[in-house]
Design a binder for this molecule. Structure first.
Ligand code: NAG
Ligand code: NAG
Ligand code: NAG
Ligand code: NAG
Ligand code: NAG
Ligand code: NAG
Length: 789
């Protein structure tokens, strides 16, 4: 069965290229026009959210009937209601998705019991590559991540593009049967049957109604997509195997990064929720349906590598925030990617306090590639080219010097699409300089491929994020080397260059560093909640892939890829999901907040060489909490944090109150009446494992409570590294825990020594007992009080 299918895909690879481009164009168009769509009633999927399932409605059928009643009331008949409804959400929370006009949506919003009505939204996956040029990427599980029971007994739900069940990463030989508490199913569809679930993949479902209502029926006849949990894109296979893939020997990407690939929690079970399609798009109506089912099915952890870009919707309007709220309220940890919009401040997304938001860091692996100039000078760059041998000199030209007659020099310098004269470029190596609009080398690679250049040198800001180039060598060098090459070319009559084979080098570089693309805090929605929470590997990650992926649409006949190298916060998120499974296995009763606290307080801020971890994108800068939250995850410490900063559901309700949300709306969200004290101070006093004060005007005292999860009789002493210009005192300075005192409260007072406004400055508060170092980050910005004349 399977080989036949793969071959079919091979035959139609050129068709796929066409369809792929068309798909992407349509998606981009649709995205650009989405503001029109909303007003022209073309975008007609709405999500009607009705909060927690109210007590009386225990019968699921009754809940669904009540949704149909509301719809019939507005649409005039039961049959119209049945036609319009896409999903009835009834397990984790109540609500539905339906096709509605603007005016119908307005009417429904006024019905008692409806919290709010929002238009369906399209979210995207968090790889660094733009989806118009999908490259092969893969998550290579770094061996450090496995420990102890390796996640045995824990179920990780992955909301993504599905899974390639035949991958070696999902073999189930050493897996246990699913536990009796598991209520999930194996939903069949195109090329996916019940036997594709096993003791590793214990459940699989797929959701397409919201997506199709927005973009029309998916065309599956060309093999670019499957209406089933089967992954046509690769992304979901990559994230799933990163979280919980079993060990695979000799995994590599075309021979690069060769070694043992395995997930963070190789003994954990996987439950697959396919909500994203090979276009990279996912609909929020489908996402909510997946949350609803995952809560019912009984997952322990949800790994969600997707999101929408800023501006951030409010927490009561954001499908991901709502779905995750209900999951966390039922004890499920939700781990999300923080986005790839760095290195700019305030770009982080998925910032609700109940979510674990993950930044991406580099790992200690590089793919160096040497170029030799005609004058015998040797320069070092990076490449993921694995093609044929290249041991000869090629003439080299500068993009700007071979601009097409109708292209401007700027775009030719960056080798932008259509900017080069094919006659002049053919057979030559081309030097391109990254332009301000380019995030990576991918567009330049495509251009040089199209004009049949021999290869390219892409000069750019320094980063370890390397693009895959299939048919032509692409060596990425920094601007210094790029300028050296340009100087050589200008000083030489017939400049030439030689490429060489890429190697894999491990363990010799400054790492980890926060990746340039990783989105940065503070949160634009709730700046006093530190985001991101934690950093994990997300650059050049090798993991399992879907051999059906459209990667091959690019150029030539590649063998179907079973492993691939990818970058993005999409890749760092499942690393944390896997590590959360290790914590969950060791401490099954810990709340999602306790687990997050353990991740944050044990994270490391120094690298293997005891130097502070840096951040790409801001030159030679040490990373700060807005880059990586508590720091870089340390899987060897997470299960023994000593103290935890815990939270329960009522803290989240009070947080929403303090955010200024409607009392009634929150009561519906929580399913029980709640009295809001709209105290802005609560935002600061929420028991998070961090303290962020966006505006320190006068001395301010904040409280926190820690719970001892280490040895019963422990004494912890406070130590502060104060932010520059801020004085910090802790009261009491010592905490003595005993069997009677498991939880203790303390106060931290901040005052500014500055007389001028300042930027955020950063520090740390430690509680130390001689064996544990419980560290939380501090971020404070002092503002000068205004003096009125
Ligand atoms: C689906 O794709 C195939 C191959 O690209 C094409 O021939 C067919 O017309 C498409 N069908 C629809 C309904 O668009
Ligand atoms: C891995 O590759 C090496 C060298 O290519 C080979 O000797 C070894 O047998 C392979 N191991 C497995 C399990 O395939
Ligand atoms: C480069 O090195 C080769 C071999 O070492 C030598 O033959 C050649 O003359 C050198 N070229 C220049 C320009 O130095
Ligand atoms: C490319 O360059 C050649 C030679 O200079 C010229 O004849 C041709 O018109 C150019 N084509 C374009 C599209 O710029
Ligand atoms: C808050 O909710 C109540 C009850 O649903 C409603 O009457 C009121 O208009 C809401 N206020 C705002 C500001 O939305
Ligand atoms: C903790 O201290 C109490 C009082 O000193 C003592 O009775 C108890 O045995 C100690 N418990 C442990 C686990 O050391």
């Amino acid at each position: 069965m399977l080989p036949v299918m793969v071959e079919q895909i091979g035959l139609i690879s050129s068709l796929m290229a066409l369809a792929w481009n068309l798909c992407i164009t349509l998606l981009l168009l649709a995205l650009q026009q989405s503001c029109f769509l909303v007003t022209t009633a073309l975008s007609n999927v709405h999500i009607v959210y009705m909060g927690d399932r109210s007590r009386g409605q225990n019968e699921k059928q009754l809940v669904e009937d009540s949704h149909l009643d509301i719809l019939s009331h507005i649409l005039g008949s039961k049959s119209a209601a049945r036609k319009s409804i896409l999903y009835s959400y009834k397990h984790g929370f109540s609500g539905f998705a339906a096709v509605l006009s603007q005016s119908q949506a307005k009417l429904i919003a006024d019905i008692p019991g409806v919290v709010h009505v929002t238009p369906n939204k399209i979210l995207s996956l968090h790889t660094t590559r733009s989806w118009d040029f999908l490259h092969v990427k893969q998550d290579i599980a770094t061996g450090i991540l496995s420990r102890g029971q390796s996640g045995r007994g824990t179920i990780i739900g992955v909301m993504d593009t599905g899974i390639w069940p035949e991958s070696r990463s999902f073999r189930d030989e050493h897996m246990d049967n699913p536990p009796p508490r598991w209520r999930g199913t194996c939903q069949e569809g195109n090329f996916f049957y019940h036997y594709h679930c096993n003791r590793k993949i214990i459940g699989a479902r797929w959701y397409v109604k919201g997506y199709e209502a927005e973009f029309g029926k998916l065309n599956t006849s060309d093999g670019v997509e499957y209406l089933s949990p089967r992954d046509a894109a690769g992304h979901g296979t990559h994230t799933s195997s990163t979280a919980a893939g079993v060990a695979v020997e000799n995994a590599s990407f075309m021979g690069l990064a060769k070694g043992l690939a395995r997930g963070g929690a190789p003994s954990a079970w996987l439950a697959i929720y396919k909500i994203c399609w090979a276009t990279g798009g996912c609909s929020s109506a489908d996402l909510l349906a997946a949350f609803d089912d995952a809560i019912f099915d009984g997952v322990d952890i949800l790994s969600v590598s997707l999101g929408s870009s800023p501006p951030l919707p409010t927490y009561v309007e954001d499908a991901l925030a709502i779905g995750s709220f209900h999951a966390v309220a039922k004890g499920i940890s939700v781990v999300c990617s923080g986005g790839n919009s760095g290195p700019y401040a305030q770009t982080v997304i998925n910032t609700a306090p109940w979510i674990v938001t993950v930044a991406a860091s580099t790992i200690d692996r590089e793919f160096p590639s040497t170029v030799i100039l005609g004058n015998n000078q040797t320069l070092q760059g990076q490449s993921l080219y694995t093609g044929k041998d290249l041991s000869k000199f090629y003439p080299i030209v500068y993009g700007e010097d071979i601009a097409a007659s109708d292209a401007d020099e700027d775009s030719a310098r960056g080798c932008d699409s259509g900017s080069l004269n094919a006659t002049l470029a053919k057979g030559k190596a081309i030097l391109c300089f990254q332009s301000r609009s380019q995030r990576s080398a991918s567009v330049a690679i495509k251009t040089v491929t199209e004009v049949e250049g021999a290869g390219l040198i892409f000069a750019q800001f320094p980063t370890k994020d390397v693009d895959v180039s299939w048919s032509k060598p692409c060596v990425q060098v920094d601007f210094i080397s790029g300028t050296t090459i340009l100087s050589y070319m200008e000083a030489t009559r017939n400049p030439v260059i030689k490429f060489s084979k890429t190697r894999t080098v491990v363990g010799q570089q400054m790492s980890p560093e926060v990746a340039f693309f990783s989105s940065r805090g503070p949160s634009s929605l709730s700046p006093s909640v530190l985001k991101p929470d934690i950093a994990a590997p997300g650059v050049g990650i090798l993991a399992a892939w879907s051999p059906a992926s459209s990667v091959r649409s690019l150029t030539d006949e590649l063998p179907p890829l079973n492993f691939n190298i990818e970058s993005g916060t999409s890749m760092s998120c499942p690393h944390i999901s896997g590590i959360v499974a290790l914590i969950k296995t060791t401490h099954p009763t810990w709340s999602p907040a306790a687990i997050k606290s353990a991740l944050v307080t044990t994270a490391s801020v120094k690298n293997y060489y005891n130097q502070y971890i840096g951040a790409e994108g801001a030159p030679y800068k040490e990373a700060d909490p807005f880059d990586y939250g508590g720091g870089h995850v340390d899987p060897n410490k997470v299960t023994d944090p000593g103290l935890i900063y815990d939270l329960d559901n009522s803290d989240y309700f009070h947080f929403l109150c303090s955010m200024g949300y409607n009392n009634t709306a929150i009561s519906m969200l929580t399913g029980s009446p709640i009295r809001c004290h709209k105290s802005p101070k609560f935002l600061l006093n929420m028991n998070l494992p961090s303290i962020v004060i966006p505006e320190l005007k006068q001395p301010l005292t904040i409280s926190r409570t820690v719970t001892n999860v280490g040895p019963i009789n422990s004494t912890y002493i406070a130590r502060v590294v104060a932010p520059i210009g801020i004085s910090v005192s802790v009261e009491p300075p010592t905490l003595k825990f005993s069997s009677k005192k498991l939880k203790m409260k303390f106060k931290v007072t901040f005052s500014s020594k500055l007389r001028v406004p300042s930027r955020f400055s950063f520090g740390y508060l430690f509680w130390e007992d001689g064996s544990h170092e419980v560290r939380i980050p501090l971020a404070v910005r002092s503002v000068v009080r205004e003096f009125l004349c």
